[in-house]
Design a protein around this ligand. Structure first.
Ligand SMILES: Cc1ncc(COP(=O)(O)O)c(C=O)c1O
Length: 374
């Protein structure tokens, strides 16, 4: 389309909504963005059983809803820019100095902030694949290079493979523990081998979004590692066990210079007032929230056992979900579930991840899985 006002000397004065094709004057978006996959959220269909986004089921405790309502009444005012109250609560609770903490708009924002703070174009970020789908997207957005290390045949992260993928350009290694979507874990012995052997210029990011669902004693607590090692950052979220996925809050514990960088690149006021209030209130009702996690863990064992009994391969999961590595049958399984009004998260050609829901939701899913198997 020809420029309607040739010679208008620039984009500002021309009010055409169309891109100008005059050489040097067209509005262009970075071409490499076309090569970056879109983040695909779990599907939501009204009336369906939603097991697609690893949320916890059920209404939040009244104390949290009350805190959100109170914060909403004051929503004409900006939130605390640096989340001071939440930072203070986390600092006291975790026994971590505020200088080693950062709060973000969900832990996915902290993943992004870490990459932005640490990587320049051409630097490398190493992670297992398949893992949390935001890692490659956020890496490529800053022009860094994603190095994917295949999972082992039994769906675990290959620590030696991660080490082998590290180069002089590597800035970050993400270890998702438990791994989304497989639910498999890295044990302390393997993680320590990784931490002992990465070069000094590499920061290992332990993404512990599902830590509260872990029952395997061989899985290390990242908070302990972050307090004793200077090459570890830990990400935690209020979205999963705390049941605040819609509020958007997470936190990062990192060496002081890293935490400072993470805080520096934050979008101002991105952790909104309602999210800050909800996160603080959730810390007051931890017992209630952890009791709900215990219910999820119990249901996880039941779903796992029943699926195995139907003949499905299911890796042992330490998250609030299970993984069905269905390969070429994945999308047929997905459509079968949709037909039964059950939404799961499927990755074509790879597998389906199914969130553990309420017992009756799990029953509905198991019935769909049973009819697919037969
Ligand atoms: C492994 C992992 N990390 C981080 C996140 C981001 O969570 P949020 O941004 O809601 O804190 C998710 C969300 O599903 C996840 O699975």
């Amino acid at each position: 389309m020809a420029h309607p006002k040739r010679g208008c000397a620039g984009r500002i004065r021309c009010r055409s909504w169309r891109a100008c094709d005059d050489a040097g004057m067209a509005i262009t978006v970075r071409e490499d963005l076309a090569g970056i996959p879109d983040y695909v959220p779990g599907r939501k269909i009204p009336g369906a059983v939603i097991l697609s986004s690893n949320e916890v089921p059920g209404r939040p405790p009244e104390a949290i809803l009350g805190a959100i309502a109170e914060a909403a009444a004051d929503v004409n005012r900006y939130p605390q820019m640096s989340c001071d109250d939440l930072m203070a609560r986390l600092s006291a609770r975790l026994d971590v100095e505020p200088g080693r903490l950062a709060v973000g708009c969900g832990s996915v924002s902290l993943c992004q902030q870490l990459i932005q703070a640490m990587c320049r174009p051409g630097d490398e970020v190493v992670f297992s694949w398949r893992s949390f789908e935001a890692y490659p997207i956020l890496t490529q957005v800053v022009g860094a290079v994603a190095r994917r290390v295949p999972l082992t045949a039994d769906h675990r992260q290959d620590v030696d493979g991660l080490l082998a993928a590290v180069t002089d350009k590597t800035k970050l290694v993400f270890v998702c523990n438990p791994n989304n979507p497989t639910g498999t874990v890295v044990h302390a012995e393997d993680l320590n081998r990784l931490l002992d052997n990465v070069p000094d210029h590499v920061l290992v990011v332990l993404d512990e979004a599902y830590r509260e669902f872990v029952t395997d004693p061989a899985v290390p607590d990242g908070l302990g590692l972050a307090s004793t090692r200077d090459n570890v950052a830990v990400l935690r979220t209020f979205s999963k066990a705390y049941g605040l996925a819609g509020a958007r809050a997470g936190y990062c514990i990192a060496p002081p210079q890293v935490a400072e960088g993470v805080r520096k690149v934050v979008i101002p006021f991105s952790v909104n007032k309602l999210a800050q209030a909800a996160a603080i209130a959730s810390l007051d009702v931890m017992d209630e929230l952890l009791a709900r996690c215990a219910g999820v863990i119990k249901e996880r064992a039941r779903v796992y056992t029943e699926l195995r009994g139907m003949g499905y391969e299911v890796p042992e999961s330490q998250g609030n979900f299970v993984w069905l590595p269905l390969g070429g049958r994945t999308m047929a399984f997905n459509e079968h579930c949709v037909d039964q009004k059950i939404l799961v998260r499927s990755f074509a050609g790879d597998g389906s991840r199914v969130t553990i829901g309420l017992p009756e939701e799990n029953d509905a899913f198991l019935a769909a899985a049973r009819s697919f198997a037969s």
